[in-house]
Design a binder for this molecule. Structure first.
Ligand code: ASP
Length: 257
C-alpha cells in the first residue's frame, strides 16, 4: 500500500509546509511488546520496513530524521529522492491550503469523494499473536519537523496479546495527547469490557468532546474486528479465514465479524 499513490503513505504522501514529504511509521508485536518506529524520514521508500528493522535489529524503539534514513541505508533498504513521493493530486491539495495556517487530514477528501488516507493494519495469527502497524505522510501543510501520532507507540499504534491491537488515523495531536491506541487496549484489559465498547468510549466520547477527528481499526485477542471512527467515513477493510475480503467507506457500511 505504501507503493500505491492512492494512499497517504509512501508514494502519494502529503506535502508539508515547505513542500516536502516527511514520513512516519511504526509497528508493534503483542506477544512481547517489541516495537519499532521511524519518524520524519525523507528518503526511505517503505517506512514500515524501516520501522520493522528498528524492531528487529536495533536496541531502540524510535529513530527520527536523518538518523532513521541512515539506519535504513545501512540495512540496505530502498532509498529514494524525496521527489519520488510527489503526486499531482497531493500537490494540488497542498496548494489549496498552503497559504493558510491550517493543517488538514487526507481523509477530509471524503467530502469530494476521493479515496486517500493513512495506512494501518492489524493482524492476529493462529497462536494469538497480534501485530499492528501504521504508515503515513502525516497531515497536509504540517510544519517542517512535525511528528504525528502514527510513529508513536501508544498513540497511533499499539498491540498487546492480553487485550488488542490498534492502528489509528486522524488528527495526530489529539491521538498523542489522549494516548488513543494504548488507552483503548488498557480499557479492554483493566475494565474487562469489549474492544467495541472501549473504542467507542475513546473515539466517540473522549475524542469527540476534545474535538479530535479520526478513528481506529482493531482486533481483540479473540479475533473480533472493530473499526470505529467519528468522521463521515473511513477507508477500511478486513479479511478472516472464512470470509472474503470486505472493503467499506462510509458509516452506514456495516461489517460482520
Ligand atoms: N494521524 C496522522 C497524523 O496526524 C494523519 C492521518 O491519519 O491522516 O500524522
Amino acid at each position: 500500500m505504501e507503493n500505491s499513490p492512492l494512499f497517504n503513505s509512501g508514494k502519494g504522501a502529503v506535502y508539508n509546509k515547505v513542500g516536502k514529504h516527511e514520513l512516519d511509521a511504526s509497528i508493534m508485536r503483542g506477544s512481547d511488546l517489541q516495537a519499532g518506529a521511524v519518524a520524519g524520514v525523507k528518503q526511505v521508500k517503505n517506512p514500515i520496513n524501516a520501522a520493522f528493522e528498528v524492531l528487529k535489529s536495533s536496541p531502540h524503539v524510535m529513530l527520527s530524521g536523518d538518523g532513521a534514513d541512515e539506519f535504513a541505508k545501512q540495512l540496505n533498504l530502498d532509498l529514494v529522492d524525496n521527489s519520488y513521493f510527489d503526486t499531482d493530486y497531493r500537490y494540488q491539495q497542498w496548494q489549496a491550503i498552503n497559504h493558510k495556517k491550517d493543517v488538514s487530514l487526507s481523509e477530509d477528501l471524503l467530502k469530494t469523494d476521493t479515496k486517500f488516507g493513512t495506512v494501518g493494519a492489524v493482524a492476529i495469527d493462529q497462536n494469538g499473536t497480534i501485530a499492528a502497524g501504521t504508515s503515513t505522510g502525516g497531515m497536509t501543510n504540517k510544519a517542517f519537523g512535525r511528528i504525528g501520532d502514527s510513529p508513536i507507540i501508544g498513540a497511533g499504534t499499539y498491540a498487546d496479546n492480553r487485550s488488542c491491537g490498534i492502528s489509528a488515523t486522524g488528527h495526530g495531536e489529539f491521538f498523542i495527547r489522549y494516548a488513543v491506541a494504548h488507552d483503548i487496549c488498557a480499557r479492554v484489559l483493566y475494565k474487562n469490557i469489549s474492544l467495541n465498547k472501549a473504542a467507542d468510549e475513546v473515539i466517540n466520547d473522549e475524542l469527540i468532546k476534545a474535538g479530535g477527528d479520526g478513528g481506529i481499526i482493531g482486533l481483540d485477542k479473540n479475533g473480533n474486528i472493530v473499526m470505529t471512527f467519528n468522521t463521515a467515513g473511513m477507508y477500511r477493510g478486513y479479511k478472516t479465514n472464512d470470509s472474503p475480503a470486505q472493503v467499506l467507506i462510509y458509516k452506514k457500511d456495516s461489517h460482520h465479524k
